[in-house]
Design a protein around this ligand. Structure first.
Ligand SMILES: NC(=O)c1ccc[n+]([C@@H]2O[C@H](COP(=O)([O-])OP(=O)(O)OC[C@H]3O[C@@H](n4cnc5c(N)ncnc54)[C@H](OP(=O)(O)O)[C@@H]3O)[C@@H](O)[C@H]2O)c1
Length: 338
C-alpha cells in the first residue's frame, strides 16, 4: 500500500488529533505542518515531531515532499484550501463539511477531477466498525422494515473558546458543525435499508433557534427518506443534549447510546449497539475498534488514494449530504439576523 507523507493545513484543535492519528497509522508519515503564525507552527511541529513547519499554507503546498494534505481550517475556508491543494497536485482529506454549500463542493470536486487527485470529506465516524455494523444489521433485516430514525448530536460550547461556531462568515452554527453527522447517519440508515448507494430526502423541514448573528444555536429537522423512512435529527452548539442513534423497524429497534462520533470513541476500544427484537429482550452487541479513528482515516486514504475516491465517502455521498444540509439551513432561515 502507498505510504503517504502528510501535510497539515492549520494547526488547531482537530489537527492535533489527526497528527496523533497519523503517528499511529500504518501507512502515514507526518511531513509538514502550516499555520498562520510561525511560532505556533513550530510549537505544533515540536509537539508531534514533524520535520517541517511553515508559516503559511502556500509554502506547504509548494513542498514537493508532501503527498497528501489534511485541511482543518474553519468550514468556510475548506473550499479555498482544498482547491489550492488539488491545484498543487496534493491528495486531499478535508474536514467536514467539505464546503458550506453543495454548489461549492461541486467546485472542489471539479478541481480534484481536473488535477487527478484523491479527495475525501473527513466523516471519520463512517469508517468506525460500530457504524459499519449498524449498516450491516439494517441491511440484513435485523429489525425488519426500517420506518424511523432519531439521532442527536448537540453540545454546549463556550462562545469565547469556539468563536468560529458563532461566526456566520466562518460557517458557524450547529447544522454545519454537527447536524451534518445527523443527516449523514439518517441517510446511511436509509441507504442500508433500501440497498441504494446514495439517497437524499424527498422532503426536508426544520426549525432552529438562531443567534443574533443568524447562526443556528439549536435545531431540529425532519427528513422523509426513501422507503418512507422518517428521520428526526437534532443538533446544537449551545445546548447539551443526549447524543444517540435510534432506528425503529417493523420487527424491532436499535439503540446506540454512544455513537462513533463522540470523543471517547475516537480511541481504540469496545462500543455497543443494543438490538431489541419486537416483544423481546435487548441484546447488547459489542463492537471492537482496534485502531483509533484518525489513524484508521489516514490508512483509509492510503488504501484508496489510487482510486481517487473512497468507497464509503464518495463524491456523490458528499454532494447528497450537502444538498440535504442546504435544504435544512434554508428551512430554519439560517443567516437571518435578528
Ligand atoms: N472530525 C472531527 O471529529 C472534527 C472535530 C472537530 C472539528 N472538526 C472540523 O475541523 C475544522 C476545524 O475545527 P477545529 O475545532 O480544529 O477549529 P480550531 O481549533 O478553531 O482550528 C481551526 C484552525 O483554522 C485555522 N484558520 C485559518 N484561517 C482562519 C480564520 N480566518 N479564522 C480562524 N481560524 C483560521 C487556524 O489555524 P492556524 O492559525 O493554525 O493557521 C486554526 O487553528 C472544522 O471544519 C470542523 O468541522 C472535525
Amino acid at each position: 500500500m502507498t505510504e503517504l507523507r502528510w501535510g497539515l493545513l492549520a494547526a488547531g484543535t482537530i489537527a492535533a488529533h489527526f497528527a496523533a492519528g497519523v503517528d499511529e497509522s500504518k501507512h502515514g508519515v507526518l511531513g509538514a505542518v502550516a499555520a498562520r503564525d510561525a511560532g505556533r507552527t513550530r510549537d505544533f511541529a515540536t509537539r508531534f515531531d514533524i520535520p517541517k513547519a511553515y508559516g503559511s499554507y502556500e509554502e506547504l503546498l509548494a513542498d514537493p515532499d508532501i503527498d497528501a494534505v489534511y485541511v482543518s481550517t474553519p468550514h468556510a475556508l475548506h473550499k479555498q484550501w482544498a482547491i489550492a491543494a488539488a491545484e498543487a497536485g496534493k491528495h486531499v482529506l478535508c474536514e467536514k463539511p467539505l464546503t458550506i454549500t453543495a454548489a461549492d463542493a461541486e467546485e472542489v470536486i471539479a478541481a480534484a477531477r481536473a488535477h487527478d487527485v484523491f479527495l475525501m470529506e473527513a466523516f471519520m465516524y463512517r469508517l468506525h466498525p460500530q457504524t459499519r455494523r449498524l449498516a450491516e444489521l439494517i441491511s440484513s433485516g435485523a429489525i425488519g422494515e426500517v420506518r424511523a430514525v432519531d439521532t442527536t448530536f448537540s453540545f454546549d460550547s463556550n462562545p469565547e473558546e469556539t468563536a468560529r461556531l458563532g461566526d456566520p462568515a466562518l460557517g458557524g452554527g450547529g447544522i454545519l458543525d454537527v447536524g451534518c453527522y445527523c443527516t449523514s447517519l439518517a441517510r446511511l440508515v436509509a441507504q442500508a435499508a433500501t440497498g441504494q448507494e446514495v439517497v437524499e430526502p424527498a422532503e426536508v423541514s426544520g426549525m432552529a433557534h438562531l443567534s443574533a448573528t443568524g447562526v443556528d444555536e439549536w435545531a431540529t429537522g425532519l427528513l422523509r427518506l426513501p422507503g418512507d423512512i422518517l428521520a428526526t435529527i437534532s443538533c446544537g452548539i449551545r445546548l447539551t443534549r443526549e447524543d444517540g442513534i435510534r432506528v425503529f423497524g417493523s420487527d424491532g429497534q436499535i439503540h446506540i447510546p454512544r455513537p462513533a462520533w463522540i470523543h471517547p470513541l475516537r480511541k481504540p476500544g469496545v462500543s455497543q449497539i443494543i438490538l431489541t427484537p419486537a416483544g423481546g429482550e435487548p441484546e447488547v452487541i459489542e463492537v471492537e475498534a482496534t485502531q483509533g479513528v484518525f489513524a484508521r482515516e489516514a490508512d483509509h486514504v492510503a488504501a484508496h488514494v489510487e482510486d481517487r475516491q473512497a468507497p464509503e465517502l464518495t463524491w456523490a455521498e458528499t454532494l447528497a449530504n450537502l444538498r440535504t444540509l442546504d435544504r435544512w439551513r434554508e428551512a430554519v432561515g439560517y443567516g437571518r439576523s435578528s
